[in-house]
Design a protein around this ligand. Sequence first.
Ligand code: PEP
Ligand code: MG
Length: 591
Amino acid sequence: MAVQQSKSEIALKGIGVSPGIAVFKSQLLTPHSDRAVQRSISKDEIPFEIARFEEALIATHDQIKHIQKQVAEVLGDEHASIFDAHILVVDDRTFIEDVIRTIQSDLINVEPVLQAVANRYADMLAKVQDSYLSERAADIRDVTKRIMANLAGETLDQMKQIKEPCIVVAHDLSPSDTASINKEMVKAFITDLGSSTSHTAIMAKALEVPAVVGLHNITAVINSGDPVLIDGAKGLVFVNPTESRLEEYRKRAAEQELILTELETLRDKLPETKDGYMVPITANIELLEELEGVDARGAKGIGLFRTEFLFLGSESLPGEQEQYEAYVRAAESQYPSPVVIRTLDLGADKLPTGFENPDEMNPFLGDRAIRLCLSHPDLFKTQLRAILRASVHDNIRVMYPMVSCVQEVMDANTLLRQCMMELSKEGLPFNQDIPIGTMIEVPSAALIADIIAPHVSFFSLGTNDLIQYTMAVDRGNENVAHLYNPTHMAIVRLIDYVVKVSHKFGLWTCVCGQMASSPQLVPLLIGLGVDELSVSPSQAPVIKDVIRKLYYSDAVELAHKALNSSSAGHVEQLCHDLIKKIAPEVLEISE
Ligand code: PEP
Ligand code: MG
């Protein structure tokens, strides 16, 4: 939605999902399906297109060599030698230079150029009355097909070809595309699709890369090379920013820097309210590289280790030993603070390479998380064994995601016990009393919290999914993002209910959804009696700032008013008023 247009500046408002200000040239990633289509490019895009072509040539060369080797092993050298002709094509500098020159002169993307040049060469050879040369025409067509297939690689490959710092502009990015961003080159990203608690947004926060999503048609508005300014906290994007806009943001960036430097001084201070109520702050991590930042940001321990990102970031599924090493690294880095290892929350938007897509109509309601683990017991047991082996570090806890009925907890516990028996037989040590928790992120689980409670020792409220499933609002869909409302009375009541039940059973309840990372909502959660907040590491200082400026008694009063309210807007206003009163500066730096 364009909100303002001056001479050449275009201002757009999307959903700010990762704070920070960035000004760079844009780099447009072309969606897979559009890449073979002819597209005009700007002069700035020429090096990018040539780099794509050259990478595709290298990949094609390697593939042909590989096939040749396999053929030689199975059918002998004589048959393998036919691929020498293919290698000659892919290495033919005249052909390659012809393609490059045409990209440069006609300013067109590589695919149609390659196709046209290859057709011209092949047609010429086919007309020659010589069987050797006319066969070369077929070679050219074959090899071209292979180069085209390599050019049609995934977004990931395009990302790898970025050689200059830029702001990436894409229709959408998957969580694994985002996980493999090179921060040296990708200084920020903006997308047509997405919303605030999508896993891509979570990943952007984890990497601390400013990002604005849900811009609907930004890929149609921007050309590669256009200068772009983004304000990740407010969700604003300025294409071709004016000099006065740049000046305004230089000042704003300097002010934000000051606030952040001030917040750094809180690192070793306790997360304690003004009237002495302690609310532990732990961290949500997706990647092991984030461990360093946890302590540096003043959080203590890991409230949520999203282990599925170990799987999304790797070419093959990590085995027991690799997982064990990752969990040990997390445990040692945080000792003696707790590390909650959530078992795989795979499925829906988080499917690793090589894992067959189940082709479901409603993947978020499908074979996901604990369901997928229980239907793939080998995969699940490999992880449980790794967690148990790592639990010799007694700060490790295990937690199941997306539980919707008590049977799932019981089945998961049965498999956990089986793994314990196997490890005992093998003489491998583990913690017999490893604390077991469950995510409460499906309304059915919230409403039977009392039935689940006897089977676990802690709860963690996954508000991202709890809101999605309670309100029937897809958390990744920008078209319904306005309906995704954390202050809806249904959410306030469910949190209140779960916390009360957990305390009745002597259980601990953490909030690890994005609500805990939102400064405006933290007083409400504290007032509702939540025992711990697990937040994105980058948000830990600002959350600690809020806690330290808050009176617990005010938080309780806020929660009381919220529970007696009848509208989401009213609850939101109450939260906003309180934060404005106690910590107005945080509104400058948060979404
Ligand atoms: C949640 O749903 O709130 C949660 C923390 O899990 P995830 O965001 O990984 O689905
Ligand atoms: Mg969840």
